[in-house]
Design a binder for this molecule. Structure first.
Ligand SMILES: NC(=O)c1ccc[n+]([C@@H]2O[C@H](COP(=O)([O-])OP(=O)(O)OC[C@H]3O[C@@H](n4cnc5c(N)ncnc54)[C@H](OP(=O)(O)O)[C@@H]3O)[C@@H](O)[C@H]2O)c1
Length: 333
């Protein structure tokens, strides 16, 4: 009988997740029943929200229980099948969990053609939840118009880099905020942002005054905290703030802080609105149809950052909060 290794949640983290918050366990593989498939997980999507799922906080998904296999989106190949819809060799994407293989009845698993993508990992980045987050967050919540000023935080990251490129493809003036000279160069020179602000080495408020002298129409917020407060001070009339994420706060526990400068929304008649990508999964085809021509025209791409080995999952997760990742963080199994 063959066996599978899986990473289970062993403790609720305090601050940055530690290796000891997880436990690697091995289990025997069960025989398949009718309708089931065995999937070999090839890549895991490493997402900032994982830190939230590890707490007891109520969110759009229940917490991962202690002892449970760590929740993760992933892609894999069907190894063994007793389900006609998923023949052996089919690539699938879904909530695989952090484990080498899983048994599934196919519910919640989407088939995709890996050979049609530049890399199978694109099913987790631009053509997966990351790209849908960028597209629907900007289009549905940000309601962008050509010529408007768009500011994007975590602009070199997975979601942020897609938002920057989509904003440019839509004819906006785009200012990206990222940590460090290399990432800022990437945002400006490769993604095509009109300007990039290095929040680790620059005064963000001052730089926003310089690059957005007339203010900001749309702010795509991936980080919260001080950067959100700095943008709140520069809103144009009827500005829209897209609350996508607040990574600067995810490790703060009960110390999470909200925006200080929110009263400026009143004078600007502005709006701040959160959204969760799972509400848009049924519209994935619409986003992919809109993004594909930009990809074909070389206006939209996706940088991947791949860490090898499931045992390095905790380190891969930490990379998101230290900014060590450069592109969509994946773990290859
Ligand atoms: N609402 C939704 O449905 C949804 C779906 C997916 C993702 N999200 C959110 O989108 C955001 C980006 O996710 P992603 O998957 O694309 O990750 P990512 O941007 O690829 O990686 C996270 C980045 O956040 C930046 N960061 C970390 N700590 C920071 C801090 N204290 N202040 C400022 N920046 C910080 C780092 O970039 P630097 O090196 O530039 O600091 C890091 O590379 C996250 O907040 C995530 O929770 C929301």
């Amino acid at each position: 009988m063959s066996s599978t290794r899986a990473l289970h949640l062993a403790a609720r983290p305090e601050g940055l997740p530690k290796d000891s918050d997880f436990e690697l366990r091995t289990r025997d593989d069960a025989a398949l029943e009718d309708g089931q498939v065995r999937i070999a997980v090839r890549y895991l999507s490493i997402d900032p929200a994982m830190r939230v799922w590890m707490t007891e906080a109520k969110s759009y998904w229940p917490p991962v229980a202690l002892g449970e296999v760590m929740r993760s989106a992933g892609i894999g190949e069907v190894l063994e099948s007793r389900n006609d819809k998923f023949p052996v060799g089919t690539w699938v994407s879904g909530m695989t969990g952090v484990q080498e293989t899983l048994v599934s009845d196919g519910k919640g698993m989407q088939r995709f053609d890996a050979s049609a993508l530049p890399h199978p990992g694109w099913a987790l980045s631009l053509f997966g939840a990351t790209g849908l987050t960028a597209y629907f967050g900007l289009i549905d919540i940000g309601k962008p118009k050509p010529g408007e000023v768009l500011v994007v935080s975590a602009a070199a990251g997975a979601v942020g880099s897609a938002v920057v490129q989509i904003g440019k493809a839509l004819g906006m003036t785009v200012v990206g905020i990222a940590g460090g000279a290399d990432k800022c160069r990437f945002v400006h020179e490769e993604l095509g942002a009109d300007a990039a602000i290095d929040y680790k080495n620059e005064d963000v408020s001052k730089a926003l005054r310089q690059h957005c002298p007339d203010g900001v129409d749309v702010y795509f917020d991936n980080v919260g905290g001080d950067i959100l407060d700095a943008v709140l001070k520069r809103l144009k009339m009827h500005a829209r703030i897209v609350l996508c994420g607040g990574i600067s706060q995810y490790n703060a526990g009960s110390g999470t802080r909200g925006p200080v400068n929110y009263l400026s929304l009143i004078a600007a008649r502005g709006r701040m609105e959160g959204f969760v990508v799972i509400d848009y999964l049924h519209r994935a085809g619409e986003a992919i149809a809109a993004m594909t021509p930009w990809v074909q025209a070389g206006k939209l791409g996706s940088r991947l950052d791949v860490v090898d080995g499931m045992e390095h999952f905790p380190e891969a997760l930490r990379r998101l909060y230290t900014g060590a990742n450069f592109g969509k963080q994946l773990v290859k199994l």
